[in-house]
Design a protein around this ligand. Structure first.
Ligand code: HPA
Length: 280
């Protein structure tokens, strides 16, 4: 399956008519990280089901709407609810949200996710700025005929997580002293099952610091169309087998709720800093 420029343009055209403004930064909220949405001033919501050609969220902890509003005085659009391959979407379908936001005119993307900590120096509740990722599973979302209007067939991903945004994220960590902020490598597993302890041992040998089931398709799509990108993982649990206990979705939710307030302040501080430093 592949889509023409007109396919994405149809969604973008609808949003141009229904959004209050052209947003500067798009924020994609990971599972359980929804509380940030409450910090958005003067919100205007657009349910995914109203947007032509858009996807529908099937995960309960994901709301399924775009929220336009301001954060620290900057115009943002927030995807409250994201799409994962484990929901049954093909990797090719997962280009849709980022390409629509690109057509809408966003200038930077901030991806957040909940992830399991592989690096034994990390603790549940810490945050990892994504320096790079490893994706050994699944296709590329850019498979199929290339749409040159977005980017070239073969494209560089050696600076996919924009170095200047990573630097900013590490600097601004000082604004939220309750959070321990690391920088590391995100290793993608497709889920929906959590990983086996053997997979986590392999992840560590391969150089992964955290594991998760999202983000990489959006990151690759953003890189293809030249969008500056920052990725943040909230480490909700130690990955399978790191501790001698089973993993549970309950633990993931609990930690996400515990860090929701400081993480939300961190994201607000980053939106402000990104706006002031790059889009003044
Ligand atoms: N593995 C994969 N995805 C996750 C995890 C995990 O341990 N925790 C939160 N999302």
């Amino acid at each position: 399956m592949s889509y023409s420029l007109e396919f994405f343009e149809k969604s973008a055209e609808f949003l141009r008519k229904n959004a209050p403004f052209q947003p500067e930064t798009a924020v994609i909220l990971g599972s359980c990280l929804g509380p940030f949405a409450r910090e958005i001033q003067d919100p205007v919501t657009v349910p995914y089901r109203d947007i032509p050609n858009f996807l529908l969220s099937t995960v309960e902890s994901h709301a399924g709407e775009l929220i336009f509003g301001t954060v620290a005085g900057r115009k943002v659009v927030c995807m409250s609810g994201r799409f994962h391959s484990y929901e049954g979407y093909s990797f090719e379908q997962l280009v849709i949200p980022i390409r629509v936001l690109k057509r809408l005119g966003v200038r930077a993307v901030l991806l957040t996710n909940a992830a399991g900590a592989v690096n034994p120096a990390y603790q549940p509740g810490d945050v990892m700025v994504i320096a790079d990722h490893i994706k050994l599973n699944g296709n590329s979302p850019l498979r199929g005929p290339n749409e040159e209007a977005f980017g070239p067939r073969f494209f560089d991903v050696s600076r996919m997580y924009t170095p200047a945004l990573r630097r900013l994220a590490l600097e601004r960590a000082a604004d939220v002293p309750e959070l321990r902020v690391h920088e590391g490598t995100y290793l993608f597993f497709p889920g929906p099952q959590f990983e086996t302890p053997a997979e986590i041992r392999a992840a560590r040998i391969l150089g992964g610091d955290a594991v998760g089931m999202s983000t990489v398709t959006e990151a690759l799509t953003a890189a293809h169309c030249g969008l500056p990108l920052l990725g943040l993982s909230v480490l909700t649990n130690m990955a399978a087998g790191v501790l001698d206990q089973p993993l549970s979705a309950g633990e993931v939710d609990e930690t996400a709720q515990r860090v929701a307030a400081p993480f939300s302040r961190y994201v607000q501080s980053l939106i402000k800093a990104i706006g002031e430093e790059f889009f003044a």
